[in-house]
Design a protein around this ligand. Sequence first.
Ligand code: NAD
Length: 495
Amino acid sequence: METIHHFVDGAAMPCESGRSHPVFNPATGEQTAQVGLAGVDEVDAAVASSAAAFEEWRHTSLAARTKLMHGFRNLVEANAAEIAARLTAEHGKVPSDALGEVARGLENIEFACGLGDLLKGSYNSQASGGIDVYTVRQPLGVVAGITPFNFPAMVPLWMIPNAVACGNTFVLKPSERDPSAPLLVAELFFEAGFPPGVLNVVNGDKVAVDRLLTHPEVAAVSFVGSTPIARYVYETGTSAGKRVQALAGAKNHMVVLPDADLDLAADAAVSAAYGSAGERCMAVSVVVAVGDAGDPLVDAIRVRMDKLRIGPGDDPDSEMGPLITREHRDRVAGYVGIGADEGATVVMDGREAVFDSDGFFLGVSLLDNVTPDMTVYRDEIFGPVLCVVRSDTYHEAVDLIEQNPWGNGAAIFTRDGGAARQFQLDADAGMVGINVPIPVPVGCHSFGGWKNSLFGDTHMYGPEGIHFFTKAKAITTRWPDPADSAVDLGFPRNR
Ligand code: NAD
């Protein structure tokens, strides 16, 4: 069986800890590889390599960095199909989702290609007589990224391009459940010509994460994952004096007003709730049907669910693949029963779907008449289970979002411009969609939620990513009085 290694100093580094984690093909249920889980020594080796590389990398010219970044961008684009194939093989997502993931990752490399512009700083001439003041942004040093299983290529690309563009060196600890796609991304990074050590990858679990969180040479940690681990990473990393941004779980609401185009809303609900088997932090988990929208909307969603084709990602007919592991599939399936026991109406029960495979498949479920006290409303299910909450008014819908402990994304479907504008102001979430169910910002904006969806104050990628990966230095300069100059400057101009 293949063993997946670390990638340190531009080459594969075998795992010495003696510990490993199985990697599955979720569509067949078979173990396809094992990944080594780093011990403290291996993490230390990766950090040492990145620390050594930092000294030269931080002084590499912006022109040289930009050129390398363009080369990396081109290699990722040229190898998109191979990256996507690895995503399908270990995560299970269908090719359209996998290629979409690569495309969203590419956006972030393209943003970082503008590093000359992004790192310009700011300048005040004549802040006082003969005094100029300017601010430059400098790299932090070695920074670490810890990423989740659900976007194994894209989330590392939310971090790496901006971090290295700013002059940092990077240690990535990807999810142990699907490590092959991020390793390929790291190989392409080196093929593009970046020096060894600028990016290292250590595979691992809590042992590796804990070492990164307390390692004295790691200056900052960028994390994406579930809420309990994000809280832990934030608290541990900041206690060790590090800068930390920790993006966390979600329960995203999609409000549908009675005047909405219900076909558009139903299409959006189905693709946003069940795409990638619901394993997206921006998935719609709750549809809030306002007033008369409820019955026709539930009917329209139900009709579309019947047509959804679920199967292995390597079957071109599949629109939704399996879940990541057998345990996660069973946990998600359990929520359908919990919802029924607590009084929700089971419109469609995904547990009844039959699959001719040992893969981790589950059919799609729709629970209607869900109320905020139910477990299915309170927990992040992270699977293909959509809840519908009925609400009498727009205000009730907005209150629900406000009272929910998470605040990643929120969307509204309406034809009314005034209602849409009001929702932009009212929605208590970091990312808002107007007739867009998954409002993931493009690479030149930043991604992040509010409340329990983000620990820290800086969103990921885009301008806030540049801010996170740099520290500001303000420089104040005093110049001699021009009248004292040995050259006749023709005064009193510009004194
Ligand atoms: P997870 O929290 O289990 O794992 C994330 C990372 O933390 C992995 O690298 C993992 O190895 C590590 N980890 C796991 N347990 C740990 C522990 N006890 N101590 C230290 N490190 C640990 O998350 P996941 O299951 O891989 O991903 C799904 C979760 O991520 C969902 O909750 C989803 O909402 C969230 N997510 C959020 C965003 C966002 O931008 N807000 C994006 C993607 C995923």
